[in-house]
Design a binder for this molecule. Structure first.
Ligand SMILES: Nc1ncnc2c1ncn2[C@@H]1O[C@H](COP(=O)(O)OP(=O)(O)OP(=O)(O)O)[C@@H](O)[C@H]1O
Ligand SMILES: [Mg+2]
Length: 470
């Protein structure tokens, strides 16, 4: 970690600080009053020297990645007002979704609007924010486009002199979206440039390609959450360390380390794909409660999952929490109602009766389905991992904590991954992956409400008398 110029100056004796200030001309002194980026940005957050095309800032959470992206993109815009043909230059910000682009990259505390205002620029005078075209137009005529990088067509029609891509490791189809949709838009001027800011993901192909490239076209900056400790809440920083220190995920999320895929892990990043929920066939909420209820006890895994009419499976929500028994039971019930779920799934091994009692105390009418885990966690998880690999399971958005457990859990890991357990229960119940149920489902239709077999094609379940098509 290195210090910003502001911090270095603040460490000098007062007479040396005064001498430094006296050496500045009036214009610079006035600029200092606004805390310009060259003064408060740490050296690793400032544009690196050289003829690079891509600057990859791959660092831990809270490092100041987004602030760097916003500050440096605006700096590039200011330095390059016109294209070689004399037209005002165009720029763009890409994030994993349009909503993140707007709320984080443009309107957020580390976003473009804050940077423009910090430079003394006023909306309506120095720039306009056109919320119907999603553009920021400077009074020089330069345009900054806003895009959600959720498909490879995202850059169509753009002719850019530079761009900022935030959290690229979270993009839906990052390799294709980048190489077909985003990078080709960088085509105006002598050296159009991309600033890419992200926390890494294990084995991420695009990041791997950039890290390996050694021809000077890519500059990689790495760093940890602690590098930005001056600007983060102490409590938040301590909590992150408590949660993640000494873990693989901590190396990634806090230190920004690029981890290779775990040899023994069942899931790979490339198999976790994002897709909207199709036409609903069935939805369940699965809960894997913490055994104890203390400050550092395990989390209670609560996962909502669904199956569509094409029998594709989806993780719809991760509502896992550290909460009291009553607290997690309330959450399960809320999830059940919010998603109009068909059943609540829980493990019946140890304390199964107690779980059922707790859930009943919150809602006596919850349809509950205990699952009895006769085989090891690893064996239970394997068929679900296989379904991911076959492209039959999707997430409706990235559920970071769940996905981190999926990517780092090894069978001999002593710490039980609660979110993952709940996810496996939910998807197992939807997929009917057991051999017996697979065999049975070929002979009979399984009732979605009570799971009892019925003659193929009947409309009402002969056991619980509910419609079979739910
Ligand atoms: N050099 C700096 N000087 C002052 N404040 C800074 C500096 N760098 C970052 N910050 C502030 O620190 C906070 C976290 O920064 P930022 O949002 O850019 O982090 P991030 O790495 O993008 O985090 P996340 O991983 O959550 O996306 C923000 O309030 C930002 O404005
Ligand atoms: Mg950020």
């Amino acid at each position: 970690m290195s210090d910003s110029l502001a911090k270095q100056i603040s460490r000098l004796p007062i007479d040396e600080q005064e001498a430094w200030l006296d050496g500045l001309d009036n214009e610079l002194r006035l600029e200092l009053a606004r805390n310009p980026w060259w003064f408060i940005g740490r050296p690793e957050q400032l544009l690196p020297p050289g003829e690079w095309r891509i600057w990859l800032v791959m660092a831990g959470r809270g490092f100041g990645k987004s602030r760097s992206g916003a500050e440096n993109l605006v700096q590039l815009m200011m330095d390059n007002p016109t294209a070689p043909d004399g037209a005002p230059t165009e720029w763009a910000v890409f994030a994993d979704t349009f909503s993140d682009c707007r709320t984080i990259c443009v309107e957020g505390p580390s976003g473009i609007l804050r940077v423009l205002r910090g430079r003394g620029m006023k909306e309506g005078f120095h720039f306009t924010y056109n919320r119907s075209l999603w553009q920021i137009i400077l009074n020089t005529g330069q345009i900054l486009h806003m895009r959600g990088a959720d498909n490879p067509d995202v850059g169509r029609g753009l002719n850019l002199s530079g761009l900022w891509a935030d959290e690229i490791a979270k993009w839906k189809y990052s390799m294709r979206t980048w190489s077909e949709g985003v990078y080709p838009t960088l085509r105006i001027g002598d050296s159009p440039r991309a600033i890419v800011t992200t926390t890494p993901k294990p084995g991420h192909e695009l990041l791997k390609t950039w890290i390996k490239r050694d021809n000077g076209s890519v500059v990689v900056t790495t760093g940890s959450i602690d590098d930005n400790r001056d600007n983060l809440s102490r409590a938040q920083l301590d909590e992150m360390h408590d949660l993640y220190d000494g873990t693989r995920i901590g190396r990634q999320e806090l230190l920004g380390e690029f981890l290779e895929d775990v040899a023994g892990a069942l899931w790979r990043w490339e198999n976790i794909n994002i897709k909207d929920f199709g036409e609903r066939k069935r939805v369940v909420v699965a809960v894997d409660p913490a055994v104890t209820n203390t400050a550092d006890s395990d989390e209670t895994g609560i996962i909502v999952a669904g199956k569509d009419r094409d029998n594709l499976l989806y993780v719809l929500a991760d509502l896992s929490c550290r909460d009291s028994v009553h607290g997690w039971a309330m959450r399960v019930n809320e999830a059940f109602e919010r998603f109009h779920a068909d059943a609540v799934i829980y493990e019946d091994n140890q304390g199964g009766d107690a779980i059922a009692e707790v859930l009943k105390s919150v809602n006596p009418y919850l349809p509950m389905r205990p699952v009895r885990a006769k085989i090891s966690k690893h064996l239970r998880a394997e068929p679900i991992a296989a379904l991911y690999e076959q492209g039959k399971v999707f997430h409706t958005e990235h559920f970071e904590k769940l996905e981190n457990q999926m990517l780092s859990w090894e069978a001999d890991d002593p710490k039980s991954p609660d979110r993952l357990d709940a996810m496996v229960h939910a998807l197992t119940s939807l997929a009917n992956v057991g051999t017996a149920s697979r065999f049975l489902s070929e002979l009979a239709d399984i009732c979605p409400s009570c799971n009892q077999p019925n003659t193929k094609g009947v409309e009402m379940c002969s056991s619980c008398h509910k419609p079979m098509g739910v």
